[in-house]
Design a protein around this ligand. Structure first.
Ligand code: PLP
Length: 436
């Protein structure tokens, strides 16, 4: 290796892109396992634990959980090809790069997409979705796609409101939700919102390396899969469900990631899901204080109703290229910030605040972003972001710990313990703790 070309960079890389996120040491250790026979009689125990843990995470008593060796994009494709037939119509709001990419994929796969274009900085518009469905008296629209958390703009949509709009229109379309950058960080309620297909990946709230595409399918989605004629093979839901029912996979599963997933689910349940959500909210509020009160900059999210608790997209002043902030942060301070994508390229940089994080870790990102902005000539006041976040975090508490109810039902349950209760009860978490 030529050390003169690539001198060693000392210290930790501060990873603050909105995924992949930091992999906790515990999860890293859990993944360091010798390879084993994935057709052994012991293997189904792991499959059952993962499915039960994920059911609880998605808050679903009846959804089929499947885990594909892919990133989130593979799970997008699995959702579409398993439940739709060529020429089927889809309704999809577009308000950022990820909602856009899912739409593009649907078109490439041969579906007709009716796009509801929205401002980048706003979320899914329930009223417009309701109007479009009401107009569709022939029920040609088979699916509504909604991105719960648009990672490109730092916007969270109200999925309950989307569901209500669909109900009010009395339309039978299935509801497909991208929870790639929300599930495990922001409350997600598959059953309450009657989501038919929920999509997730391993590298964000689940604190794992990329490589797992996770899909939860409602009974309606599974019925749709029995008649949908789109071609699928590797991502065939029916094959996966059939194999999983016996505790196995139709092909070699990514074993290390599966052991990591069991550990990360345990960590989430040990902290308690409500506490995890509250921590993400608390950390996000500190970042927003830094951006708005400290630096006096704007967020791409246009109003508080859209603020994301997992990622903030910070708009830089006119005449400045946000890519320069990102490059200086990386090369000078070893800090990885998220790039602006597509329409907002050069206009925003993103701070990911999701996964295994606390206030002081985020202080590194806020301080580093502040230094990089000053270096490229953005006239923020030195120390202002750090001070605003510090003031926020010191004067507020993460309130999840006081949130009883659901927390008491789920908290402290490990995925091993969850696997012992029937999957139907897993979202409730009923049953005893594994550890005393
Ligand atoms: N959906 C959202 C909201 C995302 O943020 C991403 C990736 O960042 C994806 C889908 C695509 O997932 P992946 O990159 O894991 O394929």
């Amino acid at each position: 290796m030529n050390h003169a070309v690539a001198p060693r960079v000392a210290g930790r890389n501060f990873l603050f892109v909105p995924g992949p996120t930091n992999v906790p040491d515990r999860v890293q250790r859990a993944m360091m396992v010798p390879m084993e026979d994935h057709r052994s009689s012991r293997f189904p125990e792991l499959t059952a634990q993962l499915r039960a843990g994920l059911s609880a995470l998605f808050k679903s008593a009846s959804a089929q959980i499947v885990i594909f060796p892919s990133s989130g994009t593979g799970a997008w494709e699995a959702a579409l090809t398993n439940t739709l037939s060529a020429g089927d119509s889809i309704l999809a709001p577009r308000f950022g790069q990820f909602s856009h990419l899912w739409i593009e994929m649907a078109r490439k796969l041969g579906f007709e997409v009716q796009v509801l274009d929205c401002a980048w900085g706003e979320g899914a518009p329930p009223e417009r979705i309701g109007q479009a469905l009401t107009k569709d008296t022939q029920h040609r629209i088979k699916a509504v796609l909604a991105c719960h958390n648009e990672t490109a703009t730092g916007v969270t949509s109200d999925i309950a409101a989307v569901r209500n709009a669909m109900d009010a229109a009395r339309h039978p379309a299935l509801l497909y939700v991208d929870g790639v950058s929300s599930i495990g960080c922001i409350d997600f309620r598959m059953d309450d919102w009657r989501v038919d297909l929920a999509v997730c990946g391993s590298q964000k709230g689940l604190m794992l390396p990329p490589g797992l595409g996770i899909l939860a399918a409602s009974q309606r989605a599974i019925s749709a899969a029995s008649t949908a004629t789109s071609r699928r093979c590797y991502f065939d839901l029916a094959e996966m469900i059939k194999a999983n029912a016996t505790g196995y996979f139709p092909y070699t599963p990514p074993l290390s990631l599966l052991y990591g997933l069991r550990e990360s689910l345990d960590m989430l349940f040990e902290e308690g899901l409500q506490n995890v959500f509250a921590r993400h909210r608390h950390l996000a509020q500190g970042v927003r204080a830094a951006v708005v009160e400290g630096w006096r900059l704007a967020l791409c999210a246009r109003a508080p109703q859209w603020y994301s608790d997992t990622v903030s997209a910070v708009v830089v002043p006119e005449g400045i290229d946000a890519a320069r902030v990102i490059d200086v942060a990386f090369t000078r301070y070893n800090l990885a910030l998220g790039a602006g994508l597509s329409k907002v390229a050069g206009r925003v940089f993103r701070i990911g605040h999701l996964g295994d994080l606390n206030e002081l870790m985020l202080m590194g990102a806020i301080a580093g972003a502040e230094m990089a902005m000053l270096d490229v000539g953005i006239p923020v006041t030195a120390g202002s972001g750090v001070a605003a976040a510090s003031n926020y975090w010191r004067s507020h508490r993460s309130i999840g710990k006081h949130d009883v109810g659901e927390e008491h039902r789920l908290g402290g349950m490990s995925s091993k313990a969850l696997a012992r209760v029937p999957v139907a009860n897993a979202a409730e978490g009923g049953g005893a703790r594994l550890t005393a």
